[in-house]
Design a protein around this ligand. Structure first.
Ligand code: FAD
Ligand code: FES
Length: 258
C-alpha cells in the first residue's frame, strides 16, 4: 500500500476561476511523493465548528520543482465554501496521496477526455501528465452555461479542446454526450476517460460500452476518512462492494454495475 502523509500545506495563492471555482495552490512542507492524475487529497476544513469531516479534492496539478500541489475547489456547500476563502499564508491540513490513479495511456494511443464541473481538474492533470502529443488528445469540457467554464488556455498545448453548454452560450449546444465527437467519431479513440456529474459519466460509459472502447471514470461518492476505514464510500461493483477511496476513485466501467 502506498504511504500516506498528513501535513499542513501553506497556501501560496487562491485564484478565482469563475463565480464558484477557485484554484488553490499550496506549498508542501516536505518533498512531495509521486502523485498521479486521479489521486486525491482529504482536506481539513478549519475554523468551521459544524464540520468535523475532511473533504476530498482531486489533485489538479503538481509542481515538483517548487513543491506545490494544487486543487480546484468548486463551492457546493459549507466545507467547500470555507475552503474557497483561504488566502496566501493560511495553512490547510491534507491527508495525501489517496486513491488509485487513472491507467495512463500508452504511446501512440488516441485519447478522449470528458470533464464536467469539478471533474475537469483530474482530466486536465491527466492530459498534461500523460505526455501524449497534442494531436492524439481531444477534450470535451461541458458546463451548464458560459460562465461555468474555466479558462483552459494554459492547456492548449496538451490537446484539442471542445466546449459544450446546455444553453448554447459557448461552444456546442447540448450535453457532452451529444457532441459530434461522441456521436460520430467515438470509434477513432483507443481510450476514454471521464470525470464529472454521475449522470454524465453514466451516459459516457453507455456510449463506450456500445463501441467496446476502454473507459475509466472517477467516482465522487461521499467520503469521510478517505483511506478505507469508515466504509461510507462503498460502491457495489461486479467485484463486490468496494471502497471508492481505496479501490477507486478511478474505475474501469466494466467493473461498475451501471
Ligand atoms: C474523489 C473525489 C474527488 C473530488 N474532487 C473534487 C475537486 O477536485 N474539486 C471539487 O470542487 N470537488 C471535488 N470533490 C467533491 C467535494 O469533495 C465536495 O464538493 C465537497 O465534499 C462538498 O463539501 P461541502 O461541505 O461543501 O458540501 P456539503 O455541505 O457536504 O454538501 C452540500 C451539498 O452538496 C452535495 N454533495 C456533497 N458532495 C458531493 C459530491 N461529491 N457530488 C455531488 N454532490 C455532493 C450534498 O449532498 C449536499 O446536498 C471530490 C469528491 C471526491 C469523492
Ligand atoms: S471514505 Fe472511509 S472508507 Fe472510504
Amino acid at each position: 500500500m502506498e504511504k500516506r502523509f498528513v501535513d499542513d500545506f501553506l497556501v501560496i495563492d487562491n485564484i478565482q476561476l469563475n463565480e464558484n471555482s477557485f484554484l488553490v495552490r499550496m506549498f508542501a512542507p516536505k518533498p512531495l511523493p509521486e502523485i498521479k492524475a486521479g489521486q486525491f487529497v482529504n482536506a481539513e476544513i478549519k475554523d468551521c465548528r459544524e464540520i468535523f469531516l475532511r473533504r476530498p479534492f482531486s489533485v489538479f496539478d503538481i509542481d515538483y520543482s517548487n513543491n506545490y500541489l494544487s486543487i480546484i475547489v468548486k463551492i457546493l456547500g459549507r466545507g467547500s465554501n470555507q475552503l474557497a476563502r483561504v488566502i496566501k499564508g493560511d495553512t490547510i491540513s491534507l491527508i495525501y496521496p489517496l486513491g488509485r490513479s487513472f491507467t495512463y495511456p500508452s504511446e501512440h494511443e488516441k485519447i478522449l477526455f470528458i470533464g464536467g464541473g469539478s471533474g475537469v481538474a483530474p482530466m486536465l492533470f491527466l492530459a498534461k501528465d500523460c505526455g501524449l502529443p497534442r494531436d492524439n488528445v481531444d477534450l470535451i469540457i461541458g458546463a451548464r452555461t458560459f460562465e461555468d467554464h474555466i479558462n483552459v488556455n494554459d492547456y492548449n498545448g496538451y490537446g484539442k479542446f471542445h466546449f459544450t453548454t446546455d444553453d448554447g452560450t459557448y461552444g456546442f449546444e447540448g450535453l457532452v454526450t451529444e457532441h459530434p465527437l461522441m456521436k460520430k467519431n467515438l470509434s477513432s479513440f483507443d481510450k476514454i476517460y471521464a470525470c464529472g456529474p454521475l449522470s454524465m459519466m453514466k451516459a459516457v460509459a453507455a456510449e463506450a460500452v456500445k463501441k467496446d472502447i476502454f473507459c475509466e471514470v472517477s467516482l465522487e461518492n461521499s467520503m469521510a476518512c478517505g483511506f478505507g476505514v469508515c466504509l461510507c464510500c462503498i460502491e457495489p461493483t461486479k467485484r463486490g462492494n468496494l471502497c471508492v477511496c481505496t479501490e477507486g476513485p478511478v474505475f474501469n466501467i466494466k467493473d461498475l454495475k451501471w
